[in-house]
Design a protein around this ligand. Structure first.
Ligand SMILES: [Zn+2]
Length: 251
């Protein structure tokens, strides 16, 4: 799970990545994972430009490429499309500074992964596609909004070299070496958490054994699935928009 499977592919243009930022926001909205307050970012390769989806008040299921903010990695706004600035933009600039191998960051306000944090339960891999979580999900033990540099640095330190971090009583952050990897991890982070919560209600969640989880993580993480997953949710998100039903059913 270290190297990017897309590394051999051509470097995408900023225009293409703007489109991906908007699409990713719409797909996570469809899943119910981004809520009113979450956002996603993609770094433009070989630059310090961070593309960031808009903040609260925007219609997360109908984001257009021209709605995307451009931040400098140090926090200056380079392009302001006119909507609300995501209040917690420092989550993205800080992690992109601290983790240069990471090209995409999602800040989720997803129900089940947040519930586990509230219950004081670690997120552990409980099913095949959540197996990548076997490397561990640390907890940032602070429910506050991330609105200053010290908070952002503390959250990024809690994330460390991991793929995700819980924010107790608030949400989570998930990262990837490409947008497709961050989307894969975000999708199955919340799906795994949902299964874990529901299994706990049934009497107890059975985590994958370490050797099972390592095998499953290798078996499920491949470029083909990354493309299939993205395409599947992109079609659903665009269909929902065409049907004028961009909000997830669970809302
Ligand atoms: Zn938040």
């Amino acid at each position: 799970m270290q190297a990017s499977p897309t590394a051999a592919e051509p470097i995408e243009t900023e225009a293409e990545l703007r489109g991906k930022t908007a699409t990713m926001c719409m797909m996570l909205n469809l899943q119910g994972s981004i809520g009113m307050f979450g956002h996603v970012s993609i770094r433009v390769p070989d630059t310090d430009r961070i593309l960031l989806s808009p903040g609260a008040g925007s219609e997360k299921g109908a984001i257009r490429p021209e709605d995307v903010f451009v931040f400098d990695i140090h926090g200056e706004i380079l392009e302001h499309p006119g909507g609300e600035i995501p209040l917690e933009w420092r989550i993205h600039t800080q992690i992109h500074r601290d983790r240069p191998e990471i090209m995409s960051v999602t800040h989720l306000h997803a129900q089940h992964s947040t519930l586990l944090g509230i219950a004081g339960r670690p997120i552990v891999p409980v099913f095949l596609h959540g197996a990548f979580l076997h490397t561990g999900v640390p907890v940032w033990d602070d429910p506050r909004l991330v609105v200053n540099d010290a908070q952002a640095a503390s959250l990024s330190a809690a994330l460390g070299k991991n793929v995700a971090v819980q924010q107790r009583g608030h949400g989570s952050v998930v990262v990837g070496e490409s947008a497709e990897i961050a989307f894969f991890r975000s999708t199955f982070f919340e799906e795994n958490a949902r299964k874990q919560v529901e299994a706990e209600i049934l009497g107890g969640a059975l985590p994958l054994k370490p050797e099972e989880a390592a095998d499953c993580a290798r078996g499920t993480f491949n470029p083909r699935l990354l493309r299939l997953l993205w395409g599947y949710y992109e079609r659903k998100a665009r269909q929902a928009l065409a049907n004028n039903t961009p909000m997830p059913e669970s809302w």
